[in-house]
Design a protein around this ligand. Structure first.
Ligand code: ZN
Ligand code: ZN
Length: 306
């Protein structure tokens, strides 16, 4: 019997990478704080808004459809080209290299809201101070810790894939691409340095930080506030105000009740843009074996009526 359970944590994050995490969390956030007064003064063109929305949508879907529903949970199968595309575009959401992201998130589901969950808001108690601390930890505090999830235990399938190992190592260059390509487009389209600068600010820095906080809100808010129509073993909740911005990820109670489902917004009126994109991929023949919700599956996970 040599089936010893692999440890939860792998090596610690190296110091240069750790400094980079602080820089990439804090600099875009300062940019967002500076954004409002600047918007009133100078430098917000329609082009900046269009570029920011486009880069937000594409990189957010890379994280939600790619990193989350496909790589972490296997909600569908994909052609090699789609697999590589999703890994690259998901990396451009600047939420950490793919192997870290997937290992952390699988650990979150394995221990949801219990000891071992990397980002549960419920690990410190239920008093007001403990909840404030829990919210901070779940939203951002956990990102700033040096402990890394053990990839051998939580992501052996991706570690075995050469394409994924290469894209994992390209996190740094792809971060530069995601920040500078809006500037390049803004400069070329407006044919001005000012256009390049404002596009860099809005569609680069502000877009990245807005997406950071929406994603982190799924970890923090969606484990604290909202409705729980499905029987999950944790405190996950459906929080409707974030449905559009999170591309369907804030239907988080359904997600924890049925993690491999390709659609999270399964009830009437629950908009789920990520699920719609998977549907498009399926129609194009790039994705197959999609785990769409079925009435039987939903009946099994519906919470018992109160
Ligand atoms: Zn969760
Ligand atoms: Zn998940």
């Amino acid at each position: 019997m040599t089936t010893a359970v692999k440890p939860l944590l792998g090596r610690k994050r190296p110091i240069p990478a750790h400094v980079a995490v602080y820089a990439f969390v804090i600099i875009p956030f300062l940019a967002l704080l500076a954004a409002v007064p600047i918007a009133w003064g100078w430098g917000l063109a329609w082009l900046d808004i269009i570029l920011a929305v486009a880069f937000y949508a594409v990189t957010c879907l890379g994280a939600t459809v790619g990193f989350h529903r496909y790589f972490t949970h296997g909600a569908f199968k994909a052609s090699r080209a789609l697999r590589i595309g999703l890994a690259v575009v998901g990396t451009m959401a600047v939420q950490g290299p793919i192997l870290h992201w997937v290992a952390d998130h699988r650990r979150h589901h394995a221990f949801a809201d219990k000891e071992g969950d990397p980002h549960s808001p419920w690990l410190f108690g239920t008093g007001p101070v403990a909840l404030a601390r829990g919210f901070w930890h779940a939203h951002l505090g956990w990102v700033l810790e040096r402990d890394l999830t053990n990839q051998e235990r939580f992501a052996p399938d991706l570690l075995a894939d050469r394409d994924i190992r290469i894209i994992h190592r390209l996190f740094g260059p792809l971060t530069i691409v995601t920040l500078l390509s809006p500037a390049l487009l803004g400069g070329l389209i407006s044919w001005s340095w000012q256009g390049a600068l404002t596009a860099f600010f809005w569609a680069g820095l502000v877009r990245v930080t807005a997406l950071h906080h929406v994603t982190w809100s799924v970890n923090s808010v969606c484990h604290m506030i909202g409705e729980r129509p499905f029987a999950a073993r944790d405190r996950s909740a459906n929080f409707w105000p974030l449905a559009i911005l999170s591309m369907g990820e804030s239907w988080h109670n359904l997600h924890h009740a049925d993690p491999t489902s390709a659609r999270h917004g399964v009830l009437r009126g629950q908009i789920d843009i990520s699920a719609r994109l998977i549907w498009v991929f399926e129609k194009l023949g790039w994705a197959w074996d999609v785990r769409w919700p079925t009435p039987e599956r939903l009946a099994r996970i519906s919470a018992a009526p109160a």
